[in-house]
Design a protein around this ligand. Sequence first.
Ligand code: AGP
Length: 496
Amino acid sequence: MEFKSDTDTEVLVQLVEYIMVKKNLPLVEAVQVALHQVIGAYAIAIIDKRDPRQIIAARKQSPLVVGIGKDEFFLGSDASPIIDYTDKVVYLEDGNIAVIRLDEGLKVISILGKEQELKVKTVDIDLGQIEKGGYEHFMLKEIFEQPECLMNCMRGRINVEGNHVTLSAMIDYRQQLLGAKRIVIVACGTSWHAGLIAGQLFESLCRIPCEVEYASEFRYRNPVVTKDDVVIAISQSGETADTLAAIQLAKEQGAFIFGICNAIGSSIPRATNTGTYIHVGPEIGVASTKAFTGQVTVLSMLALCLAAERKTISEDLYKQMVKELTQIPDKMEQALKTNEQIEHLAPIFTYAKNCLYLGRGYNYPLALEGALKLKEISYIHAEGYPAAEMKHGPIALIDSEMPVFVIATRDRLYEKVISNIQEVRARGGRVTALVTEGDTQIQKFADHVITLPDTPECFQPLIASIPLQLLAYHIAVCKGKDVDRPRNLAKSVTVE
Ligand code: AGP
């Protein structure tokens, strides 16, 4: 057979056609034969123009959802674009094929042609949740809805007195979770940043050793995983190919897998032993905002549950921490009031070619997250760095052209961060600092100060993420960028 294209999708169509003609097979059987020869992940839908009343769809390691309407069907990589038309969907299982005929309806078969049970699910997504609701961009809407999202995330999990957390996974899988000798977190991008914060929580509150890994590295580096490990996979979309592969690897080595996802019914929750949804509603903006704070909230609740059960924190501290968590939505509302100030500051930074984000402790992952937000939507190069590491190299970059954003909220490392700010200032760096209300020291050294409500340091990233998201948003808008659909990026990274 002669290749007529080097695009994989086009090659596959040619292969199906070739098999149909050569073996005189109907389309569905030709697809089955062709897919036996295909290596790698795919989600495909094929129509033969000679029989347009039929669609054959198939998936392997890439998501595919079939929506069932009245005399019509829809295909998508997740349910959100479909719910405008129907709430009845079938999540196609890996390796299965959907045969859709307008006259006969939907049938699901295995790649060997065996008919499979049709599992129709009703999706519960409110249409209003995927509209902009008066905001100029989904990203801005999603930033502003975080207080409400976090209330939804905690609802039914934290009692009305606000002093106790119950996670159903903790009840159903108590033994497996409490038996963890080690926690390994796997995730990508923003979800990995949430994992870095959680890693600190699991170690400091629960005294469980924790490693946080990029799923894309973990899956290829032959890691040591044992049946005493609990592997936590974090993913907004629940479809990230590398995270799914990392889960698969950890499963094969006998680890217990806990998923933290947003998209209900997506592949990761289906591949894990148990987990907790973050329940922040569909996230449409490519830059993750409310999913990040939802993930950190669920991970905080999980850490508090484990710490209470393992008695690694006192009961009083546990209750106090739970209470503090319930106050986060109100404090986020306050943090959102910085929007106007940030909108005014944003034009100053549009000239920048490079920006630096500094933080320490729990705020270090947030520095990484702030830098990622700026990079992905404004295309300004940005680095997140642990503030004390500056003197080991990056401080050489500092000059008056370099905006430096420092998360300098009041915590154990506050005085040390002040020294780091002074080091930057001494080299002519322009400092914008995020500080705790009542702070009078930092304004002496910083060019701009953004004030945030006080909260325990482990929850500070939940509050301080707001101005960093707003900063990235307004800078990107000032630069005229397509905030919700940044170039070269996809919302779900279903390829490795
Ligand atoms: C963040 O703003 C990103 N667009 C990206 O880093 C994202 O967090 C990453 O691709 C992981 O996605 P997931 O949470 O859906 O697995």
